[in-house]
Design a binder for this molecule. Structure first.
Ligand SMILES: [Fe+2]
Ligand SMILES: [Fe+2]
Length: 329
């Protein structure tokens, strides 16, 4: 899971580095325009590298922090089957984090550094994970909506100009589509259930709908890095284009479930062939981004605790590696 809107928030200079002449930059752009993949050892503008480090590390952090809201229901899943499915899904997210930290490392930043930046509050993760999971239906809503929105963002990233990131996204997207289906299936089951179950599904939908739309980031007119990212073919569609696609795909699914979209302004526009929808509460988005969402502090405290608890594992792995090296020498 990941929101591309996040990358609007961290500052990156677009100034050329010391050895970046106009010819070199033009040559690089020509490779990108020709849809050639840029690989780890290829020359790249410093601003391109920094943009990718910011985006990939935020993406990795989101996968790891995103395990928390769903992990909250692992011990309370309603059946053994549900528990096994959810466990597999949460483990997938850990795997996504690992591929992405590895992709980030190809750009010359260590995983230790990326993690340190997260724990010190210098790096962000997707704001969606700062909302609580109050009922079992939230697990359905997250898979259906949050993983669904993530897929919209991530399918185009499979064609990203940076090879290691693009290749990591191929496998991630396959797994995300399983996540989306498992969430939808939970919602389907609840929507065919008792009145209380239907109400629970509607309540979860009401709480997750708007934050899911925010996952695509600020509107195009407020999206600072978008134009450069599009030119570099890191990004293929604008925030608003992706958000519209998500709404167009998801509204009929909600209708199929018999759920009401919590938006009085939502209607199908015959002229455009798209759904028009109401105004997003951007103040809420900014508040959560600034650290004041319902669970920001809890999420960071838990991640910090998990990191500290894992110190002995890292120490043991390093000691073992040192012994192996000594033996080989
Ligand atoms: Fe994921
Ligand atoms: Fe996922």
């Amino acid at each position: 899971m990941y929101t591309q809107g996040l990358d609007q928030k961290t500052k990156t200079s677009d100034k050329p580095g010391p050895l970046e002449g106009p010819e070199q930059l033009a040559e690089f752009q020509a490779r990108v325009d020709a849809e050639e993949k840029i690989e780890a050892k290829d020359w790249m503008p410093e601003a391109y590298r920094r943009t990718l480090v910011r985006q990939i590390s935020q993406h990795a952090h989101s996968e790891i922090i995103g395990m928390q809201p769903e992990g909250n229901w692992l011990t309370r899943a309603p059946s053994l089957k549900r528990k096994a499915i959810l466990l597999a899904k949460v483990q997938d997210e850990a795997g996504h984090g690992l591929y992405l930290y590895s992709a980030g490392e190809t750009l010359g930043v260590s995983r230790d550094q990326m993690v340190a930046d997260l724990l010190a509050g210098r790096a962000k993760y997707s704001s969606i994970f700062n909302y609580p999971t109050l009922t079992w239906a939230d697990i359905g809503a997250i898979g259906w909506l949050v993983d669904g929105a993530a897929i919209m963002n991530q399918i185009p990233l499979c064609r990203c100009s940076y090879g290691p990131y693009a290749r990591a996204m191929v496998r991630i997207c396959k797994e995300e589509s399983f996540h989306q289906r498992q969430g939808f299936e939970i919602m389907l089951e609840l929507s065919k259930g008792t009145d209380a179950q239907k109400e629970m599904a509607q309540d979860a939908f009401n709480r997750w709908w708007w934050p899911s739309l925010m996952m695509f980031g600020p509107g195009d007119k407020d999206s600072k890095h978008s134009a450069q990212s599009m030119a570099w073919k890191i990004k293929r569609f604008s925030n608003d284009e992706l958000r519209q696609k998500f709404v167009d795909v998801t509204v009929p699914q909600a209708q199929f479930l018999g759920l009401r979209v919590p938006d009085d302004d939502l209607h199908y526009n015959d002229e455009t062939g798209h759904y028009d929808f109401g105004e997003i509460d951007w103040q809420e988005f900014l508040d959560v981004l600034a650290g004041n969402g319902p669970c920001n502090r809890q999420r960071m405290a838990q991640r910090t605790r998990a990191h500290e608890d894992g110190q002995w594992v890292r120490d043991a792995a390093r000691a073992y590696a040192a012994r192996q090296r000594a033996k080989a020498a």
